[in-house]
Design a protein. Structure first.
Ligand code: CAA
Length: 281
């Protein structure tokens, strides 16, 4: 079970990792710096996401690994901030080379999150600025509380987005809105983020937000694990292809689904009018 991952997580100092049923909740925990992504946070996120990838089955090798969790929820400690960005205090002493290494480490975290075979939900409570917005965008989808605020304010610091914002914001909200937000550094409310499609749903407060994210993981946990992993991997793979190329990828994924025990269990359960109890194989 995920006990190995949870055991290792007790050594982390800047993130908290807790399990709620099938959900693993990862909380960035530096409230005095509004949960800014200091290098230690990045290192701990890198370690955690690496361990999770090793523990879970992969879409290529569904028989290896265990379904140690069925969804990951990423959030921040407190009501005020999800993550207020890269750590500006640390960055003030960085050379260009160190800054690039910092960005590349965080890129690896975001790619690890995208590659996990389980959904990752950002539960954004309060400020998600710069690297915070970028961390949220590396998750499969974003829920927010009413007090959430999003933005890429890097130009106000003489910087540019460094943790994936130049790429992922355009994909999430379209070229025009992404360019406006990055070029002005303008901060937007949860309501506006919802309207432009950055956020899926908005909840009254942090507690309601976490309840909703956990409910969503419960819903996902009732589905076939291999199918959810296959669907995520397929959507990742088709994201930047032509329709025709994407349909090729989808056809291969559909074929692969028919090789799983879960697909046999799911079809048989439907036909015998029973609820499916998936094996995750
Ligand atoms: N890095 C380091 N420390 C930060 C921080 C950050 N990104 N954001 C806030 N803090 C610290 C503040 O320095 C302050 O610490 P002290 O009490 O020791 O002075 C503490 O958190 C509380 O912050 P404020 O007093 O500023 O709180 P506020 O309510 O007045 O303002 C805020 C909140 C609007 C979020 C403001 O803190 C702020 O603008 N933060 C910076 C946001 C930002 O620019 N983020 C982008 C960073 S660059 C980046 O992320 C690049 C990239 O793409 C990788």
């Amino acid at each position: 079970m995920s006990d190995d991952v949870l055991d290792a997580a007790t050594d982390y100092e800047t993130i908290l990792v807790t399990r709620y049923g099938p959900a693993l909740v990862v909380t960035v925990n530096r409230p005095r710096a509004l949960n800014a992504l200091a290098q230690q946070v990045v290192a701990e996120l890198l370690d955690l996401t690496g361990r999770l990838a090793e523990a879970l089955p992969s879409a290529d090798a569904p028989a290896a690994g265990e379904w140690v969790c069925r969804g990951v929820i990423v959030t921040g400690t407190g009501e005020k901030a999800f993550v207020a960005g890269a750590d500006i205090r640390e960055m003030s002493g960085m050379t260009p080379e160190q800054a690039e290494a910092y960005a590349r480490d965080m890129h690896r975290v975001t790619l690890n999150l995208e590659a996990l075979p389980v959904p990752v939900i950002a539960a954004v409570n309060g400020f998600a600025l710069g690297g915070g917005c970028e961390l949220a965008m590396a998750c499969d989808f974003i829920y927010a509380s009413e007090n959430a605020a999003f933005g890429q304010p890097e130009v106000s610091l003489g910087l540019v987005p460094g943790f994936g914002g130049s790429v992922r914001l355009q994909q999430r909200v379209g070229v025009g809105i992404a360019r406006e937000l990055i070029m002005t550094g303008r901060r937007i409310t949860a309501a506006e983020a919802h309207r432009i499609g950055l956020v899926n749903q908005v909840f009254a407060d942090h507690a309601a937000l976490l309840d909703a994210a956990r409910d969503t993981v419960d819903t996902i946990a009732a589905q076939a694990p291999t199918a959810v992993a296959n669907a995520k991997a397929t959507m990742n793979a088709v994201a930047h292809r032509s329709v025709a190329d994407g349909l090729d990828v989808e056809a291969a994924a559909f074929r692969a689904a028919f090789t799983t025990e879960d697909s046999r269990i799911g079809r048989d359960a439907f036909l015998s009018k029973e609820s499916a109890s998936f094996s995750g194989r």
